[in-house]
Write a protein that binds this ligand. Sequence first.
Ligand code: HEM
Ligand SMILES: *[C@@H]1O[C@H](CO)[C@@H](O)[C@H](O)[C@H]1NC(C)=O
Ligand SMILES: *[C@@H]1O[C@H](CO)[C@@H](O)[C@H](O)[C@H]1NC(C)=O
Length: 321
Amino acid sequence: MAFLAWLAVMAAAAFVSASGSGELTPDFYSETCPQALTTIKLVVGAAVLNEPRMGASLVRLHFHDCFVNGCDGSVLLDDTDDMVGEKLAKPNNMSLRGFDVIDAIKAAVNTACLGNVVSCADILAVAARDSIVALGGSSYDVLLGRRDATTASIDDANDDIPNPFMDLPELVDNFESHGLSLNDLVVLSGGHTLGYSRCLFFRSRLYNETDTLDPAYAAALEEQCPITGDDDALTSLDDTPTTVDTDYYQGLTQGRALLHTDQQLYQGGGGDSDDLVKYYGENPDKFWEDFAAAMVKMGNLSPLTGDEGEIRENCRVVNQE
Ligand code: HEM
Ligand SMILES: *[C@@H]1O[C@H](CO)[C@@H](O)[C@H](O)[C@H]1NC(C)=O
Ligand SMILES: *[C@@H]1O[C@H](CO)[C@@H](O)[C@H](O)[C@H]1NC(C)=O
Protein backbone atom coordinates (compact mmCIF):
# COMPACT_ATOMS: atom_id res chain seq x y z
CA MET A 1 0.00 0.00 0.00
CA ALA A 2 2.67 2.46 1.05
CA PHE A 3 4.73 1.32 -1.94
CA LEU A 4 1.84 1.89 -4.31
CA ALA A 5 1.28 5.36 -2.93
CA TRP A 6 4.97 6.09 -3.40
CA LEU A 7 4.82 4.79 -6.97
CA ALA A 8 1.89 7.08 -7.72
CA VAL A 9 3.76 10.06 -6.32
CA MET A 10 6.88 9.24 -8.34
CA ALA A 11 4.84 8.80 -11.52
CA ALA A 12 3.15 12.14 -10.92
CA ALA A 13 6.53 13.78 -10.28
CA ALA A 14 7.94 12.31 -13.50
CA PHE A 15 4.91 13.57 -15.39
CA VAL A 16 5.30 17.08 -13.98
CA SER A 17 8.99 17.33 -14.83
CA ALA A 18 8.49 15.81 -18.30
CA SER A 19 5.77 18.32 -19.07
CA GLY A 20 8.10 21.10 -18.03
CA SER A 21 5.83 22.93 -15.61
CA GLY A 22 7.31 24.95 -12.78
CA GLU A 23 8.34 22.60 -9.98
CA LEU A 24 11.86 22.54 -8.62
CA THR A 25 13.08 19.38 -6.85
CA PRO A 26 16.03 18.69 -4.52
CA ASP A 27 17.17 15.64 -6.54
CA PHE A 28 16.96 17.20 -10.00
CA TYR A 29 20.56 16.20 -10.91
CA SER A 30 20.67 12.83 -9.15
CA GLU A 31 20.44 10.96 -12.48
CA THR A 32 22.11 13.38 -14.88
CA CYS A 33 25.01 14.45 -12.65
CA PRO A 34 25.18 12.87 -9.21
CA GLN A 35 28.54 14.63 -8.58
CA ALA A 36 27.11 18.12 -9.12
CA LEU A 37 26.42 19.10 -5.52
CA THR A 38 29.67 17.76 -4.03
CA THR A 39 31.61 19.51 -6.78
CA ILE A 40 29.99 22.88 -6.08
CA LYS A 41 30.55 22.44 -2.35
CA LEU A 42 34.27 21.77 -2.85
CA VAL A 43 34.85 24.89 -4.93
CA VAL A 44 32.80 27.09 -2.58
CA GLY A 45 34.63 25.65 0.44
CA ALA A 46 38.02 26.45 -1.09
CA ALA A 47 36.94 29.97 -2.09
CA VAL A 48 35.57 30.76 1.39
CA LEU A 49 38.68 29.34 3.05
CA ASN A 50 40.79 31.54 0.82
CA GLU A 51 38.68 34.63 1.59
CA PRO A 52 35.83 34.35 4.11
CA ARG A 53 34.06 37.42 2.70
CA MET A 54 33.50 35.48 -0.54
CA GLY A 55 30.74 33.54 1.26
CA ALA A 56 28.88 36.81 1.85
CA SER A 57 29.38 37.87 -1.75
CA LEU A 58 27.98 34.58 -3.09
CA VAL A 59 24.88 34.84 -0.88
CA ARG A 60 24.26 38.36 -2.17
CA LEU A 61 24.67 37.27 -5.82
CA HIS A 62 21.82 34.77 -5.44
CA PHE A 63 19.60 37.46 -3.83
CA HIS A 64 20.31 39.96 -6.62
CA ASP A 65 19.66 37.26 -9.23
CA CYS A 66 16.30 36.25 -7.75
CA PHE A 67 14.96 39.79 -7.28
CA VAL A 68 15.32 40.67 -10.98
CA ASN A 69 12.87 38.64 -13.08
CA GLY A 70 13.34 35.56 -10.90
CA CYS A 71 16.25 33.23 -10.17
CA ASP A 72 17.38 32.80 -13.75
CA GLY A 73 21.11 33.53 -13.71
CA SER A 74 20.53 36.87 -15.47
CA VAL A 75 22.82 38.69 -13.02
CA LEU A 76 25.79 36.75 -14.42
CA LEU A 77 25.45 37.89 -18.05
CA ASP A 78 28.09 40.29 -19.32
CA ASP A 79 27.01 43.29 -21.39
CA THR A 80 26.98 42.83 -25.17
CA ASP A 81 26.60 45.21 -28.11
CA ASP A 82 22.84 44.57 -28.01
CA MET A 83 22.22 44.31 -24.29
CA VAL A 84 23.16 46.22 -21.15
CA GLY A 85 22.93 43.67 -18.37
CA GLU A 86 22.52 43.93 -14.61
CA LYS A 87 26.16 44.22 -13.59
CA LEU A 88 26.26 48.02 -14.03
CA ALA A 89 22.94 48.69 -12.29
CA LYS A 90 23.23 51.02 -9.26
CA PRO A 91 23.03 48.35 -6.55
CA ASN A 92 25.49 46.11 -8.43
CA ASN A 93 28.12 48.35 -10.05
CA MET A 94 31.51 48.06 -8.26
CA SER A 95 29.67 46.10 -5.59
CA LEU A 96 28.73 42.55 -6.64
CA ARG A 97 31.60 40.10 -6.27
CA GLY A 98 32.21 36.42 -6.88
CA PHE A 99 31.75 36.18 -10.65
CA ASP A 100 35.15 34.50 -10.98
CA VAL A 101 34.20 31.92 -8.34
CA ILE A 102 30.98 31.17 -10.24
CA ASP A 103 33.11 30.69 -13.40
CA ALA A 104 35.35 28.26 -11.51
CA ILE A 105 32.33 26.33 -10.20
CA LYS A 106 30.80 26.16 -13.67
CA ALA A 107 34.05 24.83 -15.17
CA ALA A 108 34.42 22.23 -12.40
CA VAL A 109 30.82 21.11 -12.74
CA ASN A 110 31.01 20.88 -16.54
CA THR A 111 34.04 18.60 -16.08
CA ALA A 112 32.49 16.51 -13.31
CA CYS A 113 29.24 16.07 -15.26
CA LEU A 114 31.05 15.35 -18.55
CA GLY A 115 29.05 18.11 -20.16
CA ASN A 116 26.83 21.13 -19.77
CA VAL A 117 24.17 19.83 -17.39
CA VAL A 118 23.87 22.22 -14.42
CA SER A 119 22.36 25.67 -14.88
CA CYS A 120 24.05 28.84 -13.68
CA ALA A 121 20.89 29.80 -11.77
CA ASP A 122 21.08 26.52 -9.82
CA ILE A 123 24.80 27.05 -9.18
CA LEU A 124 23.98 30.43 -7.58
CA ALA A 125 21.35 28.86 -5.32
CA VAL A 126 23.64 26.01 -4.22
CA ALA A 127 26.68 28.28 -3.80
CA ALA A 128 24.63 30.55 -1.49
CA ARG A 129 23.63 27.57 0.68
CA ASP A 130 27.17 26.16 0.74
CA SER A 131 28.55 29.58 1.72
CA ILE A 132 26.14 29.81 4.63
CA VAL A 133 27.13 26.34 5.79
CA ALA A 134 30.86 27.07 5.36
CA LEU A 135 30.46 30.11 7.66
CA GLY A 136 28.64 28.27 10.44
CA GLY A 137 25.00 28.32 9.33
CA SER A 138 22.83 25.23 9.29
CA SER A 139 22.21 23.35 6.09
CA TYR A 140 19.02 23.03 4.08
CA ASP A 141 17.96 21.31 0.87
CA VAL A 142 18.15 23.55 -2.19
CA LEU A 143 15.42 22.99 -4.77
CA LEU A 144 16.86 22.55 -8.26
CA GLY A 145 15.93 22.49 -11.93
CA ARG A 146 16.13 26.19 -12.77
CA ARG A 147 17.20 27.11 -16.29
CA ASP A 148 19.10 30.19 -17.43
CA ALA A 149 17.74 33.37 -18.96
CA THR A 150 18.90 34.45 -22.41
CA THR A 151 18.62 38.13 -21.53
CA ALA A 152 19.16 40.59 -18.68
CA SER A 153 18.04 44.15 -17.97
CA ILE A 154 19.82 47.02 -16.24
CA ASP A 155 16.50 48.87 -15.88
CA ASP A 156 14.82 45.94 -14.14
CA ALA A 157 17.80 45.61 -11.78
CA ASN A 158 17.56 49.32 -10.91
CA ASP A 159 13.81 49.05 -10.35
CA ASP A 160 13.53 45.75 -8.50
CA ILE A 161 16.45 45.54 -6.05
CA PRO A 162 15.79 47.41 -2.79
CA ASN A 163 18.16 50.28 -1.98
CA PRO A 164 19.60 51.09 1.44
CA PHE A 165 17.83 54.45 1.73
CA MET A 166 14.28 53.03 1.78
CA ASP A 167 11.95 53.32 4.76
CA LEU A 168 10.13 50.29 6.16
CA PRO A 169 6.92 50.71 4.09
CA GLU A 170 8.96 50.82 0.87
CA LEU A 171 10.91 47.73 1.91
CA VAL A 172 7.66 45.91 2.68
CA ASP A 173 6.23 46.94 -0.72
CA ASN A 174 9.38 45.84 -2.51
CA PHE A 175 9.35 42.42 -0.83
CA GLU A 176 5.60 42.06 -1.41
CA SER A 177 6.14 42.73 -5.11
CA HIS A 178 8.33 39.60 -5.02
CA GLY A 179 5.70 37.58 -3.14
CA LEU A 180 7.61 37.89 0.14
CA SER A 181 6.08 38.89 3.48
CA LEU A 182 7.23 41.19 6.31
CA ASN A 183 8.45 38.08 8.12
CA ASP A 184 10.46 37.10 5.01
CA LEU A 185 11.90 40.64 4.87
CA VAL A 186 13.08 40.48 8.47
CA VAL A 187 14.44 36.95 8.29
CA LEU A 188 16.16 37.38 4.90
CA SER A 189 17.73 40.64 6.07
CA GLY A 190 19.52 38.29 8.46
CA GLY A 191 21.75 37.72 5.42
CA HIS A 192 23.49 40.83 6.76
CA THR A 193 24.98 38.61 9.45
CA LEU A 194 27.67 38.25 6.74
CA GLY A 195 29.75 40.75 4.83
CA TYR A 196 30.45 44.43 4.48
CA SER A 197 29.08 47.68 3.15
CA ARG A 198 30.90 50.58 1.58
CA CYS A 199 30.81 54.00 3.22
CA LEU A 200 28.74 55.55 0.43
CA PHE A 201 25.76 53.37 1.38
CA PHE A 202 25.57 54.47 5.03
CA ARG A 203 27.16 57.94 5.10
CA SER A 204 23.90 59.86 4.85
CA ARG A 205 22.39 58.15 7.91
CA LEU A 206 25.57 58.70 9.84
CA TYR A 207 25.58 62.46 9.42
CA ASN A 208 21.81 62.98 9.34
CA GLU A 209 20.24 60.55 11.78
CA THR A 210 22.67 60.27 14.64
CA ASP A 211 19.68 60.15 16.99
CA THR A 212 18.88 56.58 15.98
CA LEU A 213 22.46 55.35 16.37
CA ASP A 214 24.19 54.14 19.51
CA PRO A 215 26.63 57.04 20.21
CA ALA A 216 29.74 54.87 20.61
CA TYR A 217 28.90 53.01 17.41
CA ALA A 218 28.25 56.30 15.57
CA ALA A 219 31.63 57.66 16.69
CA ALA A 220 33.42 54.54 15.45
CA LEU A 221 31.61 54.71 12.12
CA GLU A 222 32.50 58.36 11.64
CA GLU A 223 36.16 57.37 11.89
CA GLN A 224 35.70 54.83 9.13
CA CYS A 225 33.37 56.87 6.93
CA PRO A 226 34.16 60.59 6.85
CA ILE A 227 31.63 63.13 5.62
CA THR A 228 33.46 63.30 2.28
CA GLY A 229 35.84 60.88 0.59
CA ASP A 230 36.57 57.22 1.30
CA ASP A 231 33.40 56.10 -0.49
CA ASP A 232 34.74 52.56 -0.79
CA ALA A 233 35.86 52.10 2.85
CA LEU A 234 34.36 48.86 4.16
CA THR A 235 32.52 48.34 7.45
CA SER A 236 31.01 45.04 8.51
CA LEU A 237 27.23 44.71 8.54
CA ASP A 238 27.33 43.13 12.00
CA ASP A 239 30.02 42.49 14.63
CA THR A 240 30.86 39.04 13.23
CA PRO A 241 30.95 39.38 9.41
CA THR A 242 32.33 35.91 8.72
CA THR A 243 29.96 33.97 11.00
CA VAL A 244 26.31 33.19 10.42
CA ASP A 245 24.68 34.02 13.78
CA THR A 246 22.00 36.28 15.30
CA ASP A 247 24.35 39.14 16.28
CA TYR A 248 22.84 41.12 13.42
CA TYR A 249 19.44 41.21 15.19
CA GLN A 250 20.96 41.97 18.57
CA GLY A 251 22.82 44.89 16.99
CA LEU A 252 19.55 46.29 15.61
CA THR A 253 17.96 46.33 19.08
CA GLN A 254 21.00 48.28 20.35
CA GLY A 255 20.94 51.00 17.66
CA ARG A 256 23.93 49.41 15.97
CA ALA A 257 22.54 48.85 12.49
CA LEU A 258 24.93 49.80 9.72
CA LEU A 259 22.40 50.55 6.97
CA HIS A 260 19.35 52.79 7.30
CA THR A 261 17.24 49.91 5.98
CA ASP A 262 18.55 47.57 8.69
CA GLN A 263 17.61 50.03 11.45
CA GLN A 264 14.18 50.51 9.85
CA LEU A 265 13.42 46.90 10.83
CA TYR A 266 13.81 47.86 14.50
CA GLN A 267 12.66 51.32 15.52
CA GLY A 268 11.82 50.57 19.14
CA GLY A 269 8.14 51.48 18.83
CA GLY A 270 6.97 47.91 19.36
CA GLY A 271 5.68 47.29 15.82
CA ASP A 272 5.45 43.85 14.19
CA SER A 273 8.87 44.25 12.66
CA ASP A 274 10.42 45.17 16.05
CA ASP A 275 8.88 42.03 17.52
CA LEU A 276 10.35 39.85 14.78
CA VAL A 277 13.81 41.36 15.23
CA LYS A 278 13.71 40.69 18.98
CA TYR A 279 12.37 37.19 18.42
CA TYR A 280 15.17 36.18 16.03
CA GLY A 281 17.79 37.84 18.23
CA GLU A 282 16.64 35.73 21.16
CA ASN A 283 15.88 32.47 19.30
CA PRO A 284 18.81 31.36 17.13
CA ASP A 285 17.11 28.01 16.47
CA LYS A 286 14.09 29.77 15.01
CA PHE A 287 16.39 31.97 12.93
CA TRP A 288 18.12 28.92 11.43
CA GLU A 289 14.81 27.30 10.63
CA ASP A 290 13.05 30.34 9.20
CA PHE A 291 16.10 31.66 7.33
CA ALA A 292 16.49 28.33 5.54
CA ALA A 293 12.79 28.26 4.63
CA ALA A 294 12.92 31.87 3.42
CA MET A 295 16.03 31.20 1.29
CA VAL A 296 14.13 28.31 -0.35
CA LYS A 297 11.13 30.60 -0.88
CA MET A 298 13.34 33.31 -2.41
CA GLY A 299 15.02 30.64 -4.55
CA ASN A 300 11.59 29.76 -5.94
CA LEU A 301 10.95 33.19 -7.45
CA SER A 302 9.81 32.72 -11.06
CA PRO A 303 12.32 30.07 -12.12
CA LEU A 304 12.56 29.09 -15.78
CA THR A 305 11.91 25.35 -16.03
CA GLY A 306 11.27 22.58 -18.56
CA ASP A 307 12.14 23.86 -22.01
CA GLU A 308 12.19 27.53 -21.03
CA GLY A 309 15.53 29.35 -21.27
CA GLU A 310 18.66 27.23 -21.61
CA ILE A 311 21.53 25.67 -19.67
CA ARG A 312 24.30 28.18 -20.27
CA GLU A 313 27.67 26.69 -21.21
CA ASN A 314 29.46 29.79 -19.87
CA CYS A 315 27.59 31.73 -17.19
CA ARG A 316 28.68 35.09 -18.64
CA VAL A 317 27.28 34.62 -22.15
CA VAL A 318 24.18 33.27 -23.84
CA ASN A 319 24.84 30.03 -25.79
CA GLN A 320 25.71 30.55 -29.46
CA GLU A 321 23.41 28.60 -31.78
C1 HEM B 1 16.23 44.35 2.62
C2 HEM B 1 16.81 45.00 1.65
C3 HEM B 1 18.29 45.00 1.44
C4 HEM B 1 19.06 46.10 1.19
C5 HEM B 1 18.57 47.54 1.05
C6 HEM B 1 20.42 45.66 1.09
C7 HEM B 1 21.50 46.49 0.83
C8 HEM B 1 22.82 46.11 0.89
C9 HEM B 1 23.95 47.00 0.71
C10 HEM B 1 23.86 48.49 0.41
C11 HEM B 1 25.08 46.28 0.86
C12 HEM B 1 26.52 46.78 0.74
C13 HEM B 1 26.97 46.73 -0.72
C14 HEM B 1 28.28 47.44 -0.99
O1 HEM B 1 28.80 48.13 -0.12
O2 HEM B 1 28.80 47.33 -2.11
C15 HEM B 1 24.68 44.92 1.13
C16 HEM B 1 25.54 43.88 1.36
C17 HEM B 1 25.14 42.57 1.54
N1 HEM B 1 23.84 42.09 1.47
FE1 HEM B 1 22.16 43.20 1.44
N2 HEM B 1 20.47 44.31 1.28
C18 HEM B 1 19.20 43.86 1.49
C19 HEM B 1 18.81 42.55 1.67
C20 HEM B 1 19.66 41.47 1.62
C21 HEM B 1 19.25 40.08 1.57
C22 HEM B 1 17.81 39.61 1.51
C23 HEM B 1 20.38 39.32 1.56
C24 HEM B 1 20.55 37.83 1.49
C25 HEM B 1 19.68 36.94 1.92
C26 HEM B 1 21.51 40.23 1.60
C27 HEM B 1 22.82 39.86 1.65
C28 HEM B 1 23.90 40.74 1.68
C29 HEM B 1 25.26 40.32 1.94
C30 HEM B 1 25.71 38.91 2.29
C31 HEM B 1 26.05 41.48 1.84
C32 HEM B 1 27.58 41.58 1.99
C33 HEM B 1 28.22 41.31 0.64
C34 HEM B 1 29.74 41.34 0.63
O3 HEM B 1 30.38 41.62 1.66
O4 HEM B 1 30.29 41.12 -0.47
N3 HEM B 1 21.03 41.52 1.60
N4 HEM B 1 23.30 44.85 1.13
C1 LIG C 1 30.08 52.37 -12.22
O1 LIG C 1 30.96 52.85 -11.23
C2 LIG C 1 32.09 53.56 -11.76
C3 LIG C 1 33.02 53.88 -10.60
O2 LIG C 1 32.35 54.49 -9.55
C4 LIG C 1 31.61 54.79 -12.48
O3 LIG C 1 32.70 55.49 -13.04
C5 LIG C 1 30.64 54.37 -13.61
O4 LIG C 1 30.10 55.52 -14.20
C6 LIG C 1 29.52 53.51 -13.03
N1 LIG C 1 28.73 53.00 -14.13
C7 LIG C 1 27.41 53.17 -14.20
C8 LIG C 1 26.72 52.59 -15.40
O5 LIG C 1 26.77 53.76 -13.35
C1 LIG D 1 21.68 64.50 4.65
O1 LIG D 1 20.34 64.50 4.16
C2 LIG D 1 20.10 65.48 3.16
C3 LIG D 1 18.61 65.46 2.86
O2 LIG D 1 18.09 64.18 2.86
C4 LIG D 1 20.97 65.16 1.94
O3 LIG D 1 20.76 66.10 0.91
C5 LIG D 1 22.43 65.18 2.36
O4 LIG D 1 23.25 64.79 1.28
C6 LIG D 1 22.68 64.25 3.54
N1 LIG D 1 24.03 64.40 4.03
C7 LIG D 1 24.99 63.51 3.84
C8 LIG D 1 26.30 63.79 4.47
O5 LIG D 1 24.80 62.51 3.18
